[in-house]
Design a binder for this molecule. Structure first.
Ligand SMILES: Cc1cc2nc3c(=O)[nH]c(=O)nc-3n(C[C@H](O)[C@H](O)[C@H](O)COP(=O)(O)OP(=O)(O)OC[C@H]3O[C@@H](n4cnc5c(N)ncnc54)[C@H](O)[C@@H]3O)c2cc1C
Length: 438
C-alpha cells in the first residue's frame, strides 16, 4: 500500500514536472493553487484584490453573524457591519476613485464589475447579509444609470463622498414591485397591460405620490428609496423615477414579510399617502422610468447570479468538509469515487455558471439577453448544487448549524426576485425576437 502511495505521489504534477526542461515546467499545472485562487487569477489585476478583500471580510465579519441574521432577523443590528463595510470601500464600488472606490480601468470595462465579484464572496458566507450589503447598490443605481448630471451631482456624488471619507452610510432601496404588478414591471409584454397602482400627480413645485410598493429589500432601513410611479391618468410609458427620502410626510413602512430565506434582509411594504416629492427629486427625465428600470435590471441581474453562485459555493464547501470528516465504515466519505464524482459535478456546474456571469461583464452596457441568461442559468444551477450538497450530507445537511440548509433556502429566492427565472428566459427570446427574427 505504501508503495502505491509513493508512486502516486511521484506522479503528481508538482513532483513529476521536475523532470521537464525549465520552459516545459512553466507550461504545466503544478497544482500550486486552490480552485478559488486559480479562478481569482483569471480576473483583471485590480479585481483580484477586491475578491481577496471581500473573501476576508466575509469570513471575518459576515459568517459569524449568519446564524443570528437567519434565526432572529428582528434583532439583527446591521449598524456596525455597515460601518466596517463602508470603511473597506464596499459601499462605493459603483464609481471609480477618488469619488468611489472602484478602479478606472475596471470601471471602463463594466460599471458593476467589482460589485459582481464582491457579491459572490459575501454570499458564500451568508445570502441574507449579502443582500443587505448589496441592496444599497441597487437602490442608488437608477441615479447613476439615469446619466442625468443634476441628479448625479445632487444625490450620488455627495452620498459617495460622505460614505468614503466620513464613513457615513446612507442606504438606498429600489422599488418597482406593486401588489398588482410584479413580473409585469419587468418585461415589455407584461408591462403593456400592467395594472399599476402607484401614481404621481403634478402639483406646484413637484408631485404627490400615492400607492404602495411591496417586497422592497432593505425598505425598512433605507434612508431613501428610488420609487417608480406612473403619472396620473397615464400608463407605464409615463413611468418616472422619484427619489423619496425617509421622513417625508405621508411615507411609511407597512408590513414586513416573514421570509423563507435571505432572512437577515427585510422585505417591506412601502406606503405613500399624498407624499410630496419636489421636482428636483425626479431622477433622470419625467417619463424616463421604463428604460431606466430595464437598464438597472440588466446591471443587477449578473450580481444576483453571482450571489447565487456564492451561496451554492458555500453549500459545496460545507459538503466538502463533511465528506472529508465523515466515515462510512472504515473509509472517509471523500475516498468513495461516487462522492468524488458528485463533488466534481458541483465544481463543474459552479464554474460554468460563473463563466457565464463573467461573460456578461465583457459588455460595457450589459444587454438584456446576457443579463437574463446569466441570472436564470446561475440561479437554477446554484439551486441544483445546493440540493446535491444537502443530499451528500444526509441528516447533517438539515441542521441549521451546518449552514447548508440555509444556503438552500437562500438560493431559492434568487430564482424569484429581479424577475422570476421564467420571465428572465422570456427576456432572452424577447431580445432575439427584436434583433434576430425580424
Ligand atoms: C424577498 C424578496 C425581495 C424582493 N426585493 C425587491 C426589491 O428590492 N424591489 C422590488 O421592486 N421588488 C422586489 N421583489 C419583488 C420581485 O422582484 C418579484 O416578486 C418578482 O419579480 C416576481 O413577481 P411576482 O411575485 O409578482 O410574481 P408574478 O408576476 O405574480 O408571477 C407569478 C408566476 O407567473 C409567472 N409569470 C408571470 N408573468 C408571466 C409571463 N408573461 N409569462 C410566463 N410566466 C409568467 C411567473 O414566472 C411566476 O411563476 C422582491 C421579492 C421578494 C420575494
Amino acid at each position: 500500500m505504501s508503495e502505491i502511495n509513493d508512486r502516486a505521489e511521484a506522479l503528481r504534477l508538482k513532483n513529476s514536472s521536475r523532470n521537464l526542461p525549465r520552459i516545459g515546467r512553466l507550461l504545466v499545472d503544478r497544482e500550486a493553487d486552490s480552485l478559488w485562487e486559480l479562478d481569482t487569477k483569471t480576473l483583471p489585476r485590480s479585481c483580484r484584490k477586491w475578491r481577496r478583500k471581500a473573501r476576508k471580510f466575509a469570513e471575518d465579519e459576515i459568517r459569524p453573524l449568519a446564524l443570528q441574521g437567519d434565526i432572529d432577523p428582528g434583532h439583527f443590528d446591521h449598524t456596525e457591519l455597515f460601518r466596517k463595510a463602508a470603511k473597506k470601500g464596499f459601499f462605493t464600488t459603483l464609481f471609480p476613485r477618488p469619488i468611489g472606490s472602484a478602479s478606472w480601468r475596471l470601471y471602463l470595462r463594466n460599471a458593476v464589475y467589482v460589485p459582481v465579484i464582491i457579491a459572490e464572496e459575501f454570499a458564500a458566507a451568508d445570502g441574507g447579509i449579502a443582500l443587505k450589503l448589496m441592496a444599497p447598490n441597487l437602490g442608488i443605481a437608477p441615479v447613476l444609470l439615469s446619466g442625468h448630471l443634476p441628479s448625479i451631482l445632487r444625490y450620488f456624488i455627495p452620498n459617495y463622498l460622505s460614505c468614503r471619507f466620513r464613513g457615513k452610510v446612507k442606504t438606498f432601496s429600489f422599488a418597482i414591485t406593486e401588489p398588482e404588478a410584479g413580473s409585469d414591471v419587468e418585461d415589455n409584454e407584461g408591462a403593456v397591460t400592467a395594472r399599476l397602482g402607484t401614481k404621481a400627480r403634478k402639483v406646484r413645485g413637484g408631485y404627490l405620490l400615492n400607492g404602495s410598493k411591496i417586497f422592497i429589500s432593505n425598505g425598512a432601513i433605507s434612508d431613501a428609496t428610488t420609487v417608480f410611479a406612473k403619472l396620473e391618468g397615464e400608463g407605464i410609458e409615463s413611468w418616472t423615477c422619484f427619489l423619496v427620502e425617509k421622513g417625508r410626510v405621508g411615507f411609511r413602512v407597512g408590513r414586513h414579510e416573514r421570509k423563507m430565506g435571505q432572512r437577515a434582509s427585510d422585505a417591506s411594504e412601502l406606503i405613500f399617502e399624498n407624499v410630496f416629492v419636489p421636482d428636483k427629486n425626479v431622477i433622470g427625465k419625467v417619463r424616463g422610468g421604463w428604460p431606466l428600470n430595464k437598464n438597472v435590471l440588466n446591471f443587477s441581474r449578473p450580481a444576483v447570479a453571482s450571489m447565487a453562485v456564492g451561496q451554492a459555493r458555500g453549500a459545496f464547501e460545507s459538503a466538502l468538509q463533511f465528506a472529508k470528516k465523515k466515515y462510512i465504515g472504515r473509509k472517509r466519505m471523500i475516498e468513495f469515487q461516487e462522492v468524488q464524482l458528485e463533488l466534481a459535478g458541483m465544481v463543474q456546474e459552479l464554474w460554468a455558471a460563473r463563466s457565464l456571469i463573467r461573460q456578461s461583464l465583457q459588455h460595457f452596457a450589459i444587454p438584456q439577453s446576457i443579463a437574463s441568461a446569466s441570472k436564470s442559468f446561475a440561479t437554477d444551477t446554484a439551486w441544483r448544487v445546493a440540493n446535491r450538497a444537502m443530499e451528500l450530507m444526509g441528516d447533517e445537511g438539515y441542521l441549521h448549524s451546518n449552514h447548508t440548509e440555509r444556503f438552500w433556502r437562500d438560493i431559492r429566492l434568487t430564482q424569484i426576485y429581479e424577475g422570476t427565472n421564467q420571465l428572465n428566459r422570456l427576456a432572452i427570446i424577447e431580445h432575439h425576437r427584436y434583433k434576430d427574427f425580424k
